[in-house]
Write a protein that binds this ligand. Structure first.
Ligand code: ZN
Length: 427
């Protein structure tokens, strides 16, 4: 007997409970009840969803137990652990009476959509019910969407990543975490690039250690399940209550949809080709904005791309974009602005126009007025056209990304490879 279980929306912003911990607890209790768990998954949903819970994560378990037992244990754990008292937390569980190989197409389809689109409670309920699943919900039941997507993920994630999450002893929750940061950096160096986004070397920050309340001590992400667990065990810290290795869609860009510049909608994340239309401008708060246009004659549905202050040194790269550059931008679209997660410089502008130098006195000529060319007042010499001078810039062809401190869970780090141009990874 095989049963898949999906659980979502048990997080709380204020009280710090997290869905991964609920999933990890359910796994332990299933195993204590004699039900083996072959795999536990951590699935990040659409990061652009407005009402998202803290990490916007759902979990799924592949179990070898009967549906009734799985449901009973899951339901009890959600009742006990989920912040059902938080008015913004609306848990849902989905119990599918089949194994990982038997996910029906409509469930696989919603699993593809969950990281990218806005699915409704109604359609998730309909698809889950039609598949013969048992659904249980609390509050509005919004959690049923992510829970169903997590169940469907067994059919859709071809190249998963892994995260080993170390949980704190219960009596320490809410107290400062005791983690030796030096050991985190040592572990990060020893296992990079098999593990990634463990630290931010430039900011000097251990990004794998959260600073919100709650049960997570740290989480080690990477491409190999053995490596993330070995790295997690090598960190010097307070005692660990439990270490769970999740199969995840983190670091996969599962949220990005490739689309042309005239088809970008609010609340979705895209990979899209653009042309820089004007010079980057740094505005109040240190945010960098770059006007863009469509690379063909269509009207782009966004007018700028942005690198916000938390993206730190990535902003220096973005400031080095130049009008005329052909680029590919990745990120979430909101109100006409694409919030950059990554950008690739494709065809770089290599020259810029400047007033010509006067052949007699060797000084820079002046504009003679709009459309009037240039002239040197001293020598009374005129020139019709500007000079084309080489543009000195640090930006090279290829992909640039936000640093680990600013990375979204689901965004693919450049060091993972598989990109269509040279990469300039941040580490
Ligand atoms: Zn002159």
């Amino acid at each position: 007997m095989s049963t898949l279980l999906g659980v979502d929306d048990t997080d709380s912003r204020e009280r710090g409970m997290c869905t991964t911990y609920v999933g990890s607890t359910i796994r332990r209790r299933l195993e204590e009840a004699g039900v083996s768990v072959a795999e536990i998954r951590l699935i990040r949903c659409n990061p652009a969803v407005e009402y998202k819970t803290r990490g916007n994560a759902a979990v799924a378990l592949a179990t070898a137990g009967p549906p009734e037992t799985v449901r009973e244990i899951a339901s009890e754990a959600v009742e006990e652990l989920a912040e059902t008292a938080d008015p913004r937390t609306h848990p849902g569980i989905v119990v599918a009476p089949h194994g990982t190989e038997a996910v029906p197409d409509p469930v696989a389809t919603i699993a593809m959509r969950v990281p990218r689109e806005h699915c409704t409670i109604g359609e998730a309920t309909e698809i889950g019910t039609a598949a013969g699943y048992e659904l249980e919900t609390w509050g509005t039941g919004r959690g049923v969407i992510g829970a169903l997507g997590a169940v469907g993920s067994f059919a859709v994630i071809e190249e998963p990543t892994y995260e080993a999450i170390a949980y704190r002893e219960r009596e320490r929750w809410g107290t400062p975490r005791d983690v030796n940061v030096e050991s985190v950096f040592d572990v990060a160096d020893a296992h990079y690039p098999t593990i990634w986004d463990t630290v931010d070397r430039v900011e000097g920050e251990a990004v794998c250690v959260p600073n919100t309340p709650g049960p997570v001590l740290y989480g080690i992400r990477g491409d190999d399940p053995d490596a993330v667990q070995a790295a997690a065990r090598d960190i010097d810290s307070e005692p660990i209550a439990d270490l769970t290795c999740f199969v995840t869609n983190q670091g996969t860009d599962a949220h990005l949809v490739s689309a042309p510049a005239d088809e970008l909608d609010d609340g979705h994340s895209y990979r899209t080709d653009l042309v820089v239309a004007d010079s980057p401008a740094t505005r109040e708060g240190g945010h960098v904005f770059v006007p863009v246009r469509s690379p063909d004659d269509t009207a782009a549905t966004i007018d700028q791309i942005a690198a916000f202050e938390p993206t730190k040194r990535f902003r220096h790269r973005v400031r080095d974009l130049h009008p005329g550059d052909r680029i590919t931008a990745c990120g979430e679209v909101s109100q006409g602005t694409l919030k950059l997660e990554k950008v690739a410089l494709r065809d770089a502008v290599t020259t810029r126009e400047r007033p010509p130098v006067c052949p007699d006195c060797n000084r820079r000529m002046e504009s003679a007025g709009a459309g009037q060319g240039y002239r040197c007042r001293d020598c009374d010499i005129q020139a019709a056209k500007p000079a084309q001078e080489p543009l000195e810039r640090e930006l090279e062809q290829g992909w640039y990304e936000v640093p680990p401190v600013a990375r979204r869970h689901i965004a693919k780090p450049l060091v993972r490879g598989g990109f269509d141009a040279p990469v300039h990874p941040e580490r």
